[in-house]
Design a protein around this ligand. Structure first.
Ligand SMILES: Nc1ncnc2c1ncn2[C@@H]1O[C@H](COP(=O)(O)OP(=O)(O)O)[C@@H](O)[C@H]1O
Ligand SMILES: [Mg+2]
Length: 257
């Protein structure tokens, strides 16, 4: 069995009286596509936010390559080799696609996306390096033809692809994807599935939050199911899809989704 890349233990986060994430533990092994699923409000995004220290966890431990992440700044976490995409895409509307992806390359050295964006342009050799890597990443993703377009011009399907390219431009070992197929049609969702498979085949481990069950069942090696902040099931797709507790959790929220 391949080695553990990410080990989460006892992760806990409350918002006032709401226990959004309660004592969650799981591991992600190298080369896996591991999915994190559960009804709306189950705590999936909060787990991503805690891992990347966008939000400070109340308790727990997150080891990445045996190194504790909790307490590190987001840019330090990026530098160690973790990138993420967001449930709501975060492209800069007034920058070109190429520039948006360059910002992703530059994030390694800076506190956040905005300082990365402000510092990169006009920085000589650093800018040239970022430009080359960004162009290569766009070519690999089949998006080179969009390089000069502005973020604001892109339909959701292309925004999601550019967001993935931006995350990849930092050269991560682990990619956290938060609902990459949200808003995509069936064909675009299939394409996203192929891209996620390609990313894994390229040597990047993937932790995926996704609502589209056919996508999750098709591409995941293992699935962790959350309900109201707690883990209710974990296993390969064939086991999880037949689990009574999982079915019950999903039945309860048909209307809200
Ligand atoms: N920053 C926040 N402040 C207050 N409550 C939050 C915040 N982020 C998430 N929550 C709440 O925590 C719960 C889990 O949210 P979230 O992690 O976004 O769920 P999921 O991604 O599984 O849909 C929800 O009840 C949500 O309203
Ligand atoms: Mg979410």
């Amino acid at each position: 069995m391949s080695r553990t890349v990410l080990q989460v233990e006892g992760l806990t986060k409350s918002f006032g009286g709401l226990k959004a994430v309660q004592d969650v533990g799981f591991e992600v092994r190298e080369g896996q596509i591991k999915a994190l699923i559960g009804p709306n409000g189950a705590g999936k995004t909060t787990i991503f936010n805690a891992i990347t220290n966008v939000l400070r966890a109340d308790a727990g431990s997150v080891l990445f390559d045996d190194r504790e992440l909790l307490g590190l700044a987001s840019h330090q976490i990026a530098k160690l080799g973790i990138a993420r995409t967001f449930q709501t895409t975060r492209l800069f509307d007034h920058m070109t696609v190429l520039e948006n992806v360059m910002v992703g390359r530059h994030i390694r050295g800076h506190t956040n996306m905005l300082t990365a964006a402000l510092r990169i342009f006009g920085a000589g050799a650093e800018e040239r390096e970022a430009r080359n890597v960004a162009m290569q990443t766009l070519e690999q993703a089949g998006l080179a033809h969009l390089a000069a377009r502005h973020g604001a011009e892109l339909p959701i399907g292309q925004r999601r692809l550019v967001e993935v390219a931006r995350a990849l431009a930092s050269g991560p070992k682990l990619l956290l994807m938060d609902e990459p197929a949200a808003g995509l049609n069936m064909r675009e969702t299939e394409q996203m599935g192929e891209i996620i498979n390609d990313i894994r085949d390229g040597g990047v481990t993937v932790l995926l939050v996704e609502h589209d069950m056919s996508l999750v069942m098709e591409i995941s090696d293992e699935i962790l199911v959350l309900d109201r902040g707690a883990v209710i099931a974990e296993g390969p797709p064939s086991e999880v899809r037949a689990d009574e507790r999982v079915l019950a959790a999903y039945l309860g929220q048909e209307v809200s989704d």
